[in-house]
Design a binder for this molecule. Sequence first.
Ligand SMILES: [Zn+2]
Length: 207
Amino acid sequence: MRFSPELQKSFREIVGKLGQRRASKLLRIVGGPRGPQPELGRRWREKKIDELQGIVEKAYLPHLKHWVDKNTRRVGVRFNRGRVSKDAKASEVRDRLTKRWGGQRHLVYVSFASAKRSLKVGRSDSGFGRIMSQQDAYYFRDASRVDVYFPKRQKKRMLPALECALTHLFPPYHYYQKPSARKYRQTCAACHAMKLVSKTARELYPT
Ligand SMILES: [Zn+2]
């Protein structure tokens, strides 16, 4: 994984601050230009770990995008304003895609409120049935577009990783349910690296 010089720099700066707080007792002996050194607190450390993970996630995004492009076919369904009622959008997705893709049982979908604002990332191993069962959910009702990703191969096995990759790429507006972490650990490269960050940082900087 390549980190850009900017991301490397931000990462190193945070690690430097963590180290300073970890050594606060020692640094206190000589004092500092800005008064006493603050100690390393748990909440502050967790905040810094979040920032480190954010940097790692950012570095992985191009890699995830490439992986998704290579391994899936993406089909977008756009809803013309006023032409499709709010409670018919899920069936509109099914109806428009069923001729070509009706036989595909494994898919991941992303619904968007606008070009950039994702509402929901979800997966199905029962074709469009799963989408239909959520017809009344706000993330279909409020959608202006739904993108459906069909895996090219290893269909069932790659679904969790695909859902996870798309969650990194298009963070849903209401992030109430993280894709189950255990399943993804081995398959999603970004989550793997982010977990390594938190594990290592907590070992190096106990509070
Ligand atoms: Zn992930």
